[in-house]
Design a protein around this ligand. Structure first.
Ligand code: ADP
Length: 402
């Protein structure tokens, strides 16, 4: 069985083809600049790279170009289009309608469409990807895997904001959370890796990348997460501000004669590591500058570390303890100097980092806490694609998703 995984953006299509017998990556590619000049597809199959520059009017033309690349006699991965048994789509916002992955039909598409106000940038693109596949591969089943689904187990005390209930009733205004596929994968994988019974384990997952979010996972179920109605809430990120007093929006808008949309754009795209440091949105650049004494870089890093530590403390409080702390994503997996800063002084919680293990085990699944640490601290590289592929396979073969 071959599963195609599709992540459709407004002008791009990222894809992977996985052979599920052995979960082997067959091909990985990217269609860029759909609908704009300079369209291009790049695909890797083993050590072969396929590149073609061509204008793509729509996502449908992008999917056609992707199939051409996958079926290429020399640099492709497939002989026949029918060798793709199903497509798993990453969909940003499932709202309250979806608590798990589903086979896509008209009703599911309507629900994804109904959630466009909650995911205005991603949901329309995700839908275009789905409809393009339906058009170009009409007999291939499509499955939707939602970024929000894993967080749907949160109780009202975690997902409601302190505003009049009318906004939840009328507009479904609430915390949804994102990166759900990653939090689900790493929290489960951490328990398997440590030989712990997931149904009895309290896990705090730290997905720290360009976008960052934290989650409290108790007994395999998400009970709280840091991102909210949109991915803007939580810790500071590459270019997102994270938490702030909502009055900041009005303050800036009034002072600088900006619209709410303009302020939100600044909070999403010009804040966080980038805005605070004035250097870069990439943590490697912040570290380099901070290590050479740049004051703004130092305070930027301190703010990130302090924000993550606050969530660890509060999620331990939410769950009445913690057994496992997981680090994942670009920063979580690779940045060996940030993890000790985050974990400093958490002995009172029963968590003690082993600095030697921490330095030794970057980028791999590993325990990085001391042998006597009551709380296990682990690195688990995230793999959202494999979750999408497994869910898709389970759904088309009539099995339960894990
Ligand atoms: P996204 O959220 O876009 O998927 P990533 O998970 O790749 O992003 O995270 C990007 C962040 O991870 C950047 O801040 C970068 O500094 C950090 N990062 C990625 N790779 C490395 C690495 N090899 N060493 C240190 N930091 C890294």
């Amino acid at each position: 069985m071959n599963i195609l995984i599709l992540n459709a953006g407004s002008s791009s299509l990222k894809y992977q083809l996985i052979n599920m017998d052995g979960e082997q990556l067959l091909a990985k590619g990217l269609c860029e600049r759909i609908g704009i000049e300079g369209g291009k597809i790049t695909q890797r199959v083993g050590d072969k790279t396929y590149v073609k520059e061509q204008f793509m009017k729509s996502h449908t033309e992008g999917i056609e170009l992707m199939l051409e690349a996958l079926l290429d006699g020399d640099k492709g991965a497939l002989k026949n289009m029918d060798d793709i048994n199903a497509v798993g789509h990453r969909v940003l916002h499932g709202g309250e309608a979806f608590t798990a992955s589903v086979l896509i039909n008209e009703e599911v598409k309507d629900a994804i469409r109904a959630n466009i106000p909650l995911g205005p940038l991603h949901n329309p693109a995700n839908l275009m990807g789905i409809e393009a596949c339906e058009k170009v591969m009409p007999s291939t089943p499509n499955v939707a895997v939602f970024d929000t689904a894993f967080h749907q187990t949160m109780p009202p005390k975690a997902y409601l904001y302190g505003v009049p209930m009318e906004y939840y009733d009328r507009l479904k205004l609430r915390r949804y959370g994102f990166h759900g596929t990653s939090h689900r994968y790493v929290s489960k994988r951490a328990c398997e890796f440590l030989g712990l019974d997931r149904s009895k384990t309290k896990v705090i997952t730290c997905h720290l990348g360009n976008g960052s979010s934290m989650a409290a996972v108790d007994g395999g179920k998400c009970v709280d997460t840091s991102m909210g109605l949109t991915p803007l809430e939580g810790v500071i990120m590459g270019t997102r501000s994270g938490n702030l007093d909502p009055a900041v929006v009005q303050f800036i808008a009034n002072n600088d004669n900006m619209t709410v949309d303009q302020v939100l754009d600044m909070l999403n795209k010009k804040s966080g590591l980038m805005g605070l440091s004035g250097i870069s949105s990439d943590m490697r650049d912040i570290d380099e500058a901070a290590d050479s004494g740049n004051e703004r870089a130092i305070v930027t890093r301190d703010i990130l570390v302090a924000g993550i530590r606050k969530y660890i403390g509060s999620y331990a409080a939410v769950m009445g303890g913690v057994d496992v702390i997981v680090f994942t994503a670009g920063i979580g997996e690779n940045n060996e100097t940030l993890r000790p800063r985050i974990m400093e002084g958490f002995e009172y919680l029963g968590a003690k980092l082993d600095q030697e293990k921490n330095l030794k085990f970057n980028r791999k699944e590993a325990i990085i806490s001391t042998d006597d640490s009551k709380v296990k601290v682990v690195i688990i590289p995230t793999d959202e694609e494999i979750v999408i592929a497994r869910d898709t396979l389970a759904i088309i073969t009539g099995k339960e998703c894990e």
